[in-house]
Design a protein around this ligand. Structure first.
Ligand code: F6P
Length: 320
C-alpha cells in the first residue's frame, strides 16, 4: 500500500480540520495509508509523524485551527534540516506529501520539490488570500465573515455616538481582506498597501459630510499600510474634528467555526491534491480560478506576484 502524509504550515485557517478529515477519508478510499505530520515543517524535522485513522478525525469538522498544529519553521529554510525531514518521510515509506499553507510554506515546499525525489502538492490555505494563480485560499470566507460580524458590532456602537472607527484587518502585505470587508460593510474609507493614498484627499469631503450631519465614519485599513490604525484615528480627531477609536481585529480573524463554503472547498481541494499525487504530479499547487480547479506548477506559483482583483478595486473606488 502507498503512503501519503499531510501537514499544516504557517498561519492556521478555519477549515484546515475539514481538509484533514477528508484527507483521511479520501486516502482510505484510494487504498492509501494516511499519515499526519504534527507541528508543520518542525514536526517533519523532529519526526513527529503518525499513522492516521478514522477515529482521529471524528468530531473535528466544526473546529477552527488545526488538530495537527502548525509552525513557522526557520530551521526548514536550511538544507541540512530539509535532508533530515525527507529522511524521516522516506523511513516510513512516504513519498507523497500534501502541504496546507500560504506563501512562506510554499517557498519551503518549492525547495523540497527541487532538491528531493518526493511528490508534493500544495493547497492554498491563508486568510491573506495572496497565493498567485489562485483566486481563493482556504479560510478566507470564514475570516471575512468574522470581520463582517466584528464591523457590524462596531457599527452598532459607532451609530450610538458621534465617532470615527478605524478598523485594522490582517493580510500582511495584501489588502484583500480589507478590500472585501470595506465593500461588504459599507465603509467610508479603505486604505490598503497596494494603493497609494493621500489623507488630504479625504479631508474636504469628510468635513463637508460632518457639517451635513454625518455622525460616524467606518474606516477599514489593512495591516501593511504606511500608517497604523492609531495614527489614522488621530488624523480623524485632528483633521476632521470627530472623536475617534481604533480597533485592531488581530487573531480573531484566524479563528471561528468554519463556514459552509470553506468546508466544501476543503473537501474539493483535498480531492484534487490526492488525485494529483496519484497521477504522479511531482510539484503542483491546487489553484482555484474562474470557478475551476487547476493544477499549477510550484515554480509559477512562487514566482508570480498576486494582484488584487481589478473589478473589486473598481467597486471600492469611492473609498480609496
Ligand atoms: O498569514 C496569516 C497572518 O494572519 C497574516 O495576516 C499576519 O500578518 C500573520 O499571519 C500573523 O502571524 P502570527 O500569527 O505569526 O503573528
Amino acid at each position: 500500500m502507498q503512503s501519503i502524509a499531510i501537514l499544516c504550515s504557517g498561519g492556521d485557517v478555519s477549515s484546515m480540520n475539514a481538509a484533514i478529515k477528508h484527507f483521511v477519508e479520501y486516502s482510505f478510499e484510494n487504498s492509501l495509508t494516511p499519515y499526519f505530520v504534527y507541528d508543520g515543517y518542525e514536526g517533519l524535522i523532529d519526526n513527529n509523524i503518525k499513522k492516521a485513522s478514522y477515529s482521529d478525525v471524528s468530531g473535528i469538522i466544526n473546529r477552527g485551527g488545526t488538530m495537527l498544529r502548525s509552525s513557522r519553521s526557520s530551521r526548514f529554510m536550511k538544507y541540512s534540516y530539509r535532508i533530515i525531514a525527507v529522511d524521516n518521510l522516506k523511513k516510513l515509506g512516504i513519498d507523497m506529501l500534501i502541504i496546507l499553507g500560504g506563501d512562506g510554506s510554499f517557498r519551503g515546499m518549492h525547495k523540497l520539490s527541487k532538491e528531493f525525489d518526493i511528490k508534493v502538492c500544495g493547497v492554498p490555505s491563508t486568510i491573506d488570500n495572496d497565493i498567485a494563480l489562485s483566486d481563493y485560499s482556504l479560510g478566507v470566507d470564514t475570516s471575512l465573515n468574522v470581520i463582517k460580524n466584528a464591523i457590524d458590532s462596531i457599527r452598532d456602537t459607532a451609530s450610538s455616538f458621534k465617532r470615527a472607527f478605524v478598523i485594522e484587518t490582517m493580510g500582511r502585505d495584501c489588502g484583500f481582506l480589507a478590500l472585501v470587508s470595506s465593500l461588504t460593510s459599507g465603509a467610508e474609507m479603505l486604505l490598503i498597501p497596494e494603493v497609494e493614498y493621500d489623507l488630504d484627499k479625504y479631508k474636504h469631503r469628510f468635513k463637508q459630510q460632518v457639517s451635513n450631519g454625518r455622525n460616524y465614519f467606518i474606516a477599514v485599513v489593512s495591516e501593511g499600510i504606511k500608517d497604523d490604525a492609531q495614527s489614522i484615528s488621530k488624523w480623524f480627531e485632528e483633521e476632521i474634528g470627530i472623536e475617534s477609536r481604533a480597533t485592531i481585529l488581530g487573531h480573531i480573524q484566524r479563528g471561528s467555526n468554519p463556514s459552509v463554503y470553506d468546508r466544501l472547498m476543503a473537501y474539493k481541494f483535498i480531492n484534487h491534491a490526492v488525485d494529483a499525487l496519484l497521477d504522479n504530479k511531482k510539484s503542483s499547487v491546487v489553484c482555484h480560478s474562474d470557478s475551476n480547479f487547476k493544477l499549477e506548477n510550484i515554480d509559477d506559483v512562487v514566482g508570480t506576484k498576486k494582484e488584487l482583483d481589478c473589478s473589486l478595486l473598481k467597486l471600492a473606488k469611492s473609498m480609496l
